[in-house]
Design a protein around this ligand. Sequence first.
Ligand code: ZN
Length: 247
Amino acid sequence: MGLGLRRTHAELARLGLALDDAFAIILTHLDTDHWNPGWARWLPSRTRILAHRRHVEYGTRWGALPRRAEPLDDALELPGGVTALPTLLSHDSLGVTTLRFELPGGDSLGFATDVGHVSPSLVERLAGVAVLAIESNYCPRMQAASDRPWWLKQRIMGGSGHLSNEQCADAVARIAPTRHVVLLHLSRDCNRPDVAAEHHRRAPYELTIASHEHPTPWVSLSAQSGGFQAPNSHTSSLPSPSCVSLP
Ligand SMILES: [Zn+2]
């Protein structure tokens, strides 16, 4: 939801999807690279939008979120027997929501971005997920050598900004995902896919690296064929019923 409105519609259409297909949109936080405030006016009216209560209060007060945005503080039941479990972690002033999705049959997805540092709450919440999508934002050497201003480097590396490649690898080792890791949110200026991948070279899981330019390939969340199937008829055009795309 951090992309331009027109581009988002176009990228979804390339996958045979439309925004109307989404049962709900869950926001981790309101930074503009995650939530383009233009959506406050142009989101389909039937799409639910959820975020932590702090983000909902702030976003609706300043017009960045539609008035109908709902607080997501506890477990949320989604179609198909999927449960979303949010945890608020520190990030800038309002924090960031990390999510664990539990699927019928025991498979699970962890989603963590803009978490700043590897906290015990992050590790506990996502421990042992089948698929882990996690930020691997920067290479410290590239960050230090960049011509970014000192305050920006401090904001990113100061513990409530982003995870470096090394911190991401440490988080992954402690969370111990069983099947697949998707690296998210690589900095355009201070990271490269090959540099980030180096930290996962002999790992026992599959690795996917999300790109700024291309949609992430489908990643299966279910070990069993036909395990998870979205029940909503609007999702019948999904490329595979047991997959979800991780931007
Ligand atoms: Zn971000």
